[in-house]
Each structure stands twice: as C-alpha cells, then as structure tokens.
Design a protein around this ligand. Structure first.
Ligand SMILES: O=P(O)(O)OC[C@H]1O[C@](O)(CO)[C@@H](O)[C@@H]1O
Length: 542
C-alpha cells in the first residue's frame, strides 16, 4: 500500500479497539464463528478460530481484499505477465505444476512445453538411476549417494521435502545436502562418502553463488583425486541445475547433464522445477509428480474459491491483522512433526526474502510494517525451550501450529501424545488461566504465587492439519504458503519476487576476502570496524 493510502492499522483501528475488550475465551465459544474460520482444501484443514478476530473484522478485511483487485493480480501471475517488475520477469512457478491442474493453464505454451520436456528428462534420469542403468547416460557405474550442493532456494526446498517425505524414499540411493560455505560440512561429507559412487547435483540458478561454487570445487577436487586426475571420469559424477548453462558447462558439467532453470522461476519458488531433482531422486518420479499435483490442487483452490473459503487468502488476511493492525513483529512456525523440522527455515526464506521490503515498485515507502520475523522449530521440543515466554512473556507471538492426523509410523501412542500437545498449546495460549483460577487451584500459595501461575491467554494461533504427510499434502502445504506470500505482496504493494536486499552483504564479502587473506587488491578501503576485526583475526590466527 503506497504511502498516500491509509494504513491497515488505521483502516481497522475500530475493529481492533472493539476486540481488545473481548477475550479469545469468549470469541472461541461462538460456534458459528468457529465454523466460518475453519476451512478445508483437499488434505489440509486450516483452523483460524483462535485468531483474535470476529466476523465483523474478518468481513472488513475481506472487503479490503475484494477492493484490491486481488483476483486480477492472481490471474496476471498465473498468465505469466511480468509482475516481477524490478527484473522485468514473469513469475511462473505455478506453471511448473500446471500439468496436474484440473483448470486450464493460462501460462504461455512455450514455457509449458519446456517445463514438460524437463520433467520428462528428470523422469528418465531418475528411472535410470533407480534401475542401475545410469552408466548408459554417461554417469558413474554405481551410484550410492547423491549430494545436492546449493543454498537458499537451491537447497531449502529439496532439503525440506526430502526430509519430510523420508517414509517415501527409495533405499537405492542416499541423499545429502551441502549448503553452507563452512568447510566443516564439506569435510564431513568427503570423509564419509565414497567418491567413486557419489553423484553431485550442483543447483544454482545463477551459477555464480560463492558458497555453492566453493563447495562444488571441494567435491570436484575430491572426486578428481579418486579418479587419478581423469577429468572425463570426474565429469560423470556431476549434474547441474541452472539458468546459466554456459557457465555451468565451462565449470565442467557436460551439457547433457545440465537441467534448466528459467528466469520466470525465483529460487525460493523453485522446488517444483529441476531444482527438485534431488527430491525426485529420493522419492522417484511418481512421488515427485505427486508433489506437483498437490501444489496444483492448491493452485486450483486459490484460483476458484471465494476469499471466505480460500485458505491462502484467509492466511494473508490474518497476517495483515496480526502484523499491521495488532502490531505483532514476529510469527512462530511450530510443526508438530520431526519430518517437518525444516519447514521453519523454508518459510523464513519464502516469506522474509519475498516480503522483507519497505519500498514499493514505484520507489515509495510502503508506510506500514511488512513481513514479520518468521522463526520456529518442532513441537514438542519447542514447548520445553521457549513456550514459557509465549505463554507468560511480555511479547505476543502469533503461531502457526502444524500437525499431521495420520502418522507414517505405527507408534500411535506417541502420535496421540504429540497431537494432544499441539491442541493443548493452542488452547492454553488462547484461553489462559485467570488469577482466580490459579488461586482456586492452589490456595496455599496465596495471591503471590497465583499471580505467577496466571496465564493471560488471548494469544493467537492458527492450526493447519494435514490428513497425512504425503507428497500431495506437502505440495499443497508449500503452495498454500506461496500463495499467501503472493497475496501479502499484493496487499502491501511490494514486489515479492526480487531480493535486492541480499546484494550489499555479498559485495562487501567480496571486498573483505582479499584483505582477510592478506592479498593486495584494488577494492575501496574497508571501514574502521571491519579493519579492526580483520586485524584481530590476523593476530590470533595460528
Ligand atoms: O540459485 P543461486 O543462484 O545459487 O542462488 C541461491 C540463493 O541466493 C539468493 O539469491 C539470495 O542470496 C536466493 O534468492 C537464492 O535462492
């Protein structure tokens, strides 16, 4: 929303004032309200009944959404209009899964053809490796381990999905992810794996990312040594996924082993493309296509459901409410599933890299808060770490609590305990415990202890329940958040598809590196604080 337009805080101030008088205990008791705030899309149930909203506030938010021409904006994205204006690019991650959609795709036919051809290639490669036939494609005779090297969007999506879908993984290959430039990670891998049977997938849209190329070089050197310096043999161990085919080729990956990325797919939206190669290798072509199908079903829902039942729209409106109207600066993501342990990091990039902007595409200040800080970790572990502060601390942190109805394992006793904890936390945060209740529970402690055993409650959370954690439901879950992000970009009037904010640190790191190494360079002089720390590092270096 450009600066000359009223902020959401001012637009909805009356609703916030009215609701400040009503505790969530009262709001939750209204069954009709609950029914309007619980909606299903395929395998996902979204329960927003513990958000600090009543129907009047929700309808006012919805009216604002309707007035924003969100459907036209959504359709423009699906059709491939260049909505990423600062880079003059289309935003077509939805086209990557359009083949599984039950609605006609408005994406350009050329893009859809390239996407389908790439999916075919992925399928052939995966089937060959799973069938032990990869030597015919010029790859090593035996492949036991796949190492995905990439960072950000070239790591987080496949990493999340490979972990989440562990029960669907083939035993034929093991998956590894190498991302940070911290040499410890690369060193650990090369001391564990057999270079002769390792296949490396270098994933980098730009093929210029420092971390990825450094790690790629380490693994290249390791395999080269094992191959007695035979460059042709080394090349058999590398696949690449990149929009920069030329540089990937000159780096040493044979052209036939390079899979395309496109400028119409942003890194953090790219799991559905060949960036998901490691996932396809882990769960097979059918599984990978099922992830796409889950995403496509969420696309269909997003394109067809009225906002009142539209999961991404409702999530976006709740975020506007919590962030802009109630002013909460952070949001916690707590999956009650070890398999979804990487979801908070994944959503951090998806949401914070997309929406961490304060200027509109017209170069004007946004004029109101945008993305909250997204953080979190798995429940129940989180309960034993920071939930104390969430219940009784001075900050209110809205939570997304994510649970799975049917586990992939037979230990139902554990699973019931896990789910009961999720439900209990949502209830405790919302209901709280009054001082009177605390006193009645433990009269001997008197009012002093009762005050300390009081829970204010009135703390909001959303619950997302997946029927089961499958390729389809994971695809739907990721697409749900993608569309929420899209809508928030639209509602805040910012471009959710560029990331200029990552550039400055990268370029300063390039300037610092020679100084750290004590090399001569013609970069501009570094600031005094940085020079002092470089000096301190030099002093103590052994
Ligand atoms: O795929 P690449 O080009 O290596 O980029 C990796 C990541 O780096 C970023 O550009 C941020 O630095 C992300 O947007 C991207 O996902």
């Amino acid at each position: 929303m450009p600066a000359n337009v009223p902020t959401y805080a001012s637009l909805f101030a009356d609703h916030a004032r009215r609701l400040s008088q009503t505790h969530l205990r009262t709001l939750i008791a209204d069954a009709a309200r609950g029914a309007r705030l619980r909606h299903r899309a395929g395998p996902l149930l979204l329960d927003l009944s513990r958000q600090k909203l009543d129907m009047r506030a929700l309808d006012a938010l919805g009216a604002q959404l309707e007035a924003s021409s969100w459907e036209a904006a959504r359709d423009a994205m699906f059709a491939g209009e260049p909505i990423n204006t600062s880079e003059d690019r289309a935003v077509l991650h939805t086209a990557l899964r359009a083949g599984a959609s039950s609605m006609p795709s408005p994406a350009p036919a050329g893009a859809r053809r390239e996407i389908e051809a790439t999916l075919e290639r992925i399928g052939q490669l995966v089937d060959a490796i799973h069938g032990g036939q990869q030597a015919a494609l010029g790859l090593p005779d035996t492949v036991t381990d796949i190492v995905n090297i990439g960072i950000g969007g070239s790591d987080l999506g496949p990493r999340l999905a490979v972990a989440a879908l562990a029960p669907f993984r083939t035993p034929k290959v093991r998956s590894h992810f190498l991302t940070n430039v911290d040499g410890q990670a690369a060193y650990d891998l090369i001391t564990r794996l057999d270079p002769k049977t390792t296949l490396v997938v270098i994933v980098s849209k730009t093929f210029t990312t420092q971390e990825t190329l450094l790690n790629g070089n380490v693994l290249r050197g390791w395999i080269l040594e094992a191959c007695n310096g035979d460059e042709r043999e080394v090349a058999r161990h590398f696949l690449a996924v990149s929009a920069n085919t030329e540089v990937a080729g000159s780096w040493g990956v044979p052209l036939k082993q390079i899979f395309p990325m496109w400028d119409f797919v942003g890194g953090r939206y790219s799991l559905w493309s060949a960036v998901g190669l490691s996932l396809a290798l882990a769960i097979g072509t059918q599984g990978f296509r099922a992830v796409l199908a889950g995403g496509a079903r969420m696309d269909d829902h997003f394109r067809s459901a009225p906002w009142q039942e539209n999961l991404p729209a409702l999530l976006a409106l709740v975020e506007i409410w919590n962030r802009d109207v109630l002013g909460y600066p952070t949001r916690g993501v707590v999956p009650y599933a070890d398999l979804l342990g990487d979801l908070p990091s994944y959503l951090q990039q998806l949401e914070m890299e997309s929406l961490g902007k304060s200027v509109t595409p017209q170069g004007q200040p946004v004029g109101q808060p945008t993305v909250p800080v997204v953080w979190g970790s798995v429940g129940t572990n989180a309960q034993h770490a920071y939930f104390q502060a969430l219940h009784q601390g001075t900050e209110v942190v809205p939570l997304d609590l994510i649970g799975i109805v049917n586990p992939a394992h037979p230990l139902h006793g554990n699973h019931d305990a896990l789910l009961s904890n999720l439900l209990a936390q949502a209830a405790a945060l919302a209901l709280g415990k009054t001082t009177e209740e605390a006193l009645a529970e433990n009269p001997a402690g008197g009012p002093t202890l009762a005050a300390q055993r009081t829970f204010p409650g009135d703390r909001p959370s959303s619950v997302v329940l997946l029927d089961a954690l499958t390729p389809e439901s994971l695809g739907a879950l990721i697409a749900l958040y993608e569309h929420k992000v899209f809508l928030l970009g639209h509602l805040w009037g910012i471009n959710a598809f560029d990331q200029w904010g990552v550039e400055l640190g990268k370029s300063i790191a390039r300037q610092i590196l020679p100084a750290l190494r004590g090399e001569q360079s013609d970069v501009p002089p570094l600031d005094a604080a940085t020079c002092a720390l470089i000096g301190a590092i030099h002093e103590r270096r052994t």
